[in-house]
Design a protein around this ligand. Structure first.
Ligand code: FAD
Length: 327
């Protein structure tokens, strides 16, 4: 029986977040497997005007939960009403702070099976099947809802699990969410907010990442890595060892307990390549590692492994890139 695939599509500043485009693509893929349609549950500033545009990414219909700049959980009553009103197989939610809040409240309110955070989602034998990393990333678990479990299944999907489809021109049919009863979630307000202390680069969207680890040695040691990232138009990331040492904010940590990134180029300097780091960057298209230990594990999966001192190699690389760009 054909069933729809719903997805949470967050809007901010008048346009869809990257997570919305990724999940639109993922939902469209899954909908071809379930025989139904990809349906967006769109919320946040710009959702009312922008939801139709998700059609370019394979979305057939978009239900607008609300269009205001307010806490994500205030959209829970509308999301619950939209889910109850439909007959979907799955709801894909982004593993972002807002996505996690909304998904958890949805699961609790409707009593639905929940999975995640997942790296793979597909429809098998008419149910959602997901894969997630467990035991510090060393084991991949495949999970499905139990027989007779209520539908839809809710899956928290990690960033970069799906790559936004380009070049579509379709338009999604837009409707408002069904009437929803007020609940405690409707009353949530922002009591106080603080700007992030550090300038936070969105690593998940960076096409080039220069990451540093314990081998960088200090906060100042990240200077040459920042210069290289700037020369390449990229972002700086880090291993947990560097974040734990306080040399760089945790928002820039890559790995199992950090960000999952998918750049075209990842350069790791002074990083050994522990499995917990690897699970966050292994989908990079090209990996260059700089390490003075020829036996460092990162050498086993890097496309190019440069053995040497990062404090000699990184500045030399930056100079060469600048020289070629100016020539
Ligand atoms: C539950 C759990 C979750 C975790 N989550 C994460 C996570 O999300 N992300 C993460 O990164 N880690 C995570 N870790 C930690 C992980 O196991 C490793 O300890 C960590 O990734 C190591 O960081 P590193 O490679 O920077 O340091 P190290 O393993 O100490 O490696 C430093 C490397 O730098 C090289 N080096 C030193 N000096 C130089 C130099 N001058 N030039 C070139 N190379 C040099 C050394 O040869 C060495 O290979 C987690 C661990 C656990 C238990």
């Amino acid at each position: 029986m054909s069933k729809d695939i719903l997805f949470l599509a967050e809007f901010a500043g008048g346009k869809p977040a990257r997570s919305a485009l990724e999940l639109a693509t993922g939902a469209a893929e899954l909908a071809t497997q379930s025989g139904g349609a990809a349906v967006a549950l769109a919320y946040g500033p710009g959702a009312a005007d922008g939801a139709a545009g998700l059609g370019a990414h394979g979305t057939a219909r978009a239900i607008v939960l609300g269009d205001e700049d307010r806490p994500a959980v205030t959209y829970v009553p509308a999301a619950v009403a939209a889910v109850r009103d439909g007959d979907a197989l799955a709801v894909l939610a982004p593993a972002t702070p807002n996505g996690r809040d909304l998904a958890a409240a949805l699961v609790g309110s409707v009593h639905l099976p929940a999975f995640g955070p997942v790296r793979t989602a597909r429809v098998v034998d008419g149910v959602l099947e997901t894969e997630q990393a467990t035991l510090q990333g060393s084991v991949i678990t495949t999970a499905r809802p139990a027989d007779g479990a209520p539908a839809p299944s809710v899956a928290l999907v990690l960033a970069n699990t799906f790559t936004p489809a380009e070049g579509g021109t379709g338009s999604a049919e837009v409707s408002e969410a069904p009437e929803a009863a007020e609940s405690a979630f409707s009353k949530a307000t922002v009591a106080e907010s603080h700007p992030a202390e550090a300038k936070v680069v969105n690593l998940e969207e960076a096409t080039v990442i220069v990451a540093g680890g314990r081998g960088v040695g200090s906060e100042d040691g990240f200077g040459p890595l920042r210069d290289l990232a700037a020369a390449l138009g990229g972002a700086v990331g880090a291993s947990r060892a560097a974040a734990d040492a306080g040399w760089i904010p945790y928002q820039l940590q890559i790995g199992q307990t950090g960000k999952v990134v998918k750049p075209a180029l990842y350069i790791g300097a002074g990083i050994s390549g522990a499995i917990q780091h690897r699970v966050g960057m292994q989908t990079a298209e090209h990996v260059i590692a700089i390490n003075r230990d020829p036996d460092a594990p990162i050498g086993e999966f890097a496309d190019l492994f440069v053995v040497g001192d990062l404090f000699q190699i990184v500045p030399a690389l930056t100079d060469e890139i600048k020289r070629r760009r100016s020539g």
